[in-house]
Design a protein around this ligand. Structure first.
Ligand code: HAX
Length: 425
């Protein structure tokens, strides 16, 4: 048994018993009321979900099991998986054990390569990635065990098995999609001496002189793992998983939500907007030029990608992590210089528009510029990188949900005439 599984086997039953007691004593306490505006407004602010892996206070941003992002930004994504699940950072032995587990499960079935090869060459990389995960569903240990008959308190163990199997394979799958989709040549095999992030960079075939790219990749993959339970990808995944669909369906389905421009696709849109600005003004634009282009975008009825957030009301600490990284390593890059200037201008512009709740940059405002600067220029691929990382959070949330025995998600909808009746109209 892996050390991660051993730790969870000790901790989870205690937590589950505590929750049971807590619910018994406090189940009727009211935590939230719902207005008609919230029902028509994407349920913003309705407190109706449980997520113990991370929390996003509007005035602070991401906190993972009590750690602010900045405190764990130098950790690896594998360590974050351990932290999200157990509430503790792994010690060296636990970290090595998890890396070995992932290495042992990393071989991708040959049919996955064939399915990716068979897709139209102009498919979006996200469609390729989510298809590749879904096509592996027949490998699910959870589904196989469920079909045989499985006690409910064993669900989380098989969810963990599936999660490790999937997470182990994602870098190879994502790297192959990059090479195939953008004509980069043959598939590159993984290297046993490299960790999960460095192997991803290696298999993509990117220039990693002095570990430059893999260091950025580690920060990127660590920062995107989890963002509490109500964001569109996590919530979609949780709903799918609540039906006892296995982890392959859950991750693939959740990531379909990440592929939308208001969510994870914003990182490709954001870099596109930055490059358009540079093209329009023939290089790094002045602040006045950025302001002009921002108003042009808004007046055309479009959003400025990378800015605004459904929950946050401050600069996203994930943006700050990338911004700090860029200030340290990329200040000679015109694209990063533009991102830096956009940050000084766009919040002032958006701040003048009353309906916008949050004028500050979100996670997607700066990451693309760093990838671009380091040579990863195919920006329709960026959401795949986000997805490789977010799969870790989705997996952790789903394992815990199964351990807690959370039931089928099923909120109540009402037709407009009922809302009118309730409002007395
Ligand atoms: N540019 C222009 N208009 C914006 C805006 C922006 N960056 N942010 C919000 N608005 C607009 C909304 O479109 C909305 O307009 P309508 O009422 O006309 O529909 C209005 O301001 C109120 O929106 P809000 O309450 O401030 O924000 P929401 O909770 O409705 O939406 C979004 C949050 C992130 C979807 C929104 O800010 C947005 O579209 N931002 C740009 C896209 C983006 O960066 N998405 C990535 C978010 C982070 C993420 O999930 N990454 O994966």
């Amino acid at each position: 048994m892996s050390l991660l599984k051993e730790k969870l086997a000790k901790k989870l039953p205690i937590e589950v018993a505590e929750i049971k007691e807590f619910l018994k004593a406090n189940g009727k306490t009211v935590v939230s009321e719902v207005t008609i505006a919230q029902a028509y407004g994407g349920m913003r602010g309705v407190k109706g979900l449980v997520c113990d892996t991370s929390v996003v206070p509007p005035d602070k941003g991401l906190i993972i099991r009590g750690y602010e992002l900045n405190d764990v930004i130098d950790r690896s994504p594998e360590e974050l998986f351990f932290l999200l699940l157990t509430g503790e950072l792994p010690n060296d032995e636990e970290k090595a054990d998890l890396s070995n587990e992932l290495w042992a499960r990393g071989t991708v079935p040959d049919y996955v390569w064939a399915v990716i090869e068979a897709m139209p060459s102009d498919s979006h990389p996200m469609a390729m990635f989510n298809t590749a995960i879904l096509v592996m569903q027949k490998e699910s240990k959870f589904s196989a065990q469920y079909a045989k008959g499985m006690a409910k308190d064993k669900y989380w163990e098989y969810m963990l098995e599936d999660s490790l199997d999937i997470i182990a394979k994602l870098p190879a799958i994502a790297a192959f999609i990059y090479r195939k989709r953008f004509g980069k040549g043959e598939r590159i095999e993984a290297n046993k001496d490299y960790d999960w992030s460095k192997n991803y960079v290696h298999m993509m075939g990117l220039d990693d002189t002095n570990d430059k790219f893999s260091n950025l990749m580690r920060v990127y993959l660590t920062a995107h793992t989890d963002h509490e339970g109500g964001n569109a990808s996590a919530f979609s995944a949780a709903t799918i998983n609540s039906t006892l669909s296995d982890m392959y369906y859950t991750i693939s389905g959740g990531l379909n939500a990440l592929a939308g421009p208001l969510h994870g696709l914003a990182n490709q849109e954001c870099l596109k907007w930055v490059l358009e600005t540079m093209e329009k003004f023939g290089g790094v634009p002045t602040e006045e030029q950025i302001e002009k282009y921002a108003w042009e975008t808004l007046n055309a009825g479009k959003v400025i990608p990378g800015y605004g957030h459904a929950v946050l009301r401050v600069v996203d600490p994930r943006f700050t992590a990338f911004h700090n990284y860029g200030k340290e390593h990329c200040m000679d890059s015109p694209v990063f210089q533009t991102v830096d200037k956009v940050f000084t201008v766009v919040p002032k512009v958006l701040g003048q528009i009353k309906k916008i709740s949050n004028p500050w940059p979100n996670v997607d405002a700066g990451s693309g510029a760093l990838l671009y600067t380091y040579g990863l220029k195919e920006f329709s691929y960026y959401t795949v990188l986000f997805s490789v990382s977010r799969s870790i959070g989705i997996a952790a949330q789903s394992i815990i949900a199964r351990a807690y025995g959370l039931p089928l998600t099923r909120p109540k909808s009402l037709p407009t005439f009922r809302f009118k009746e309730i409002a007395g109209v």
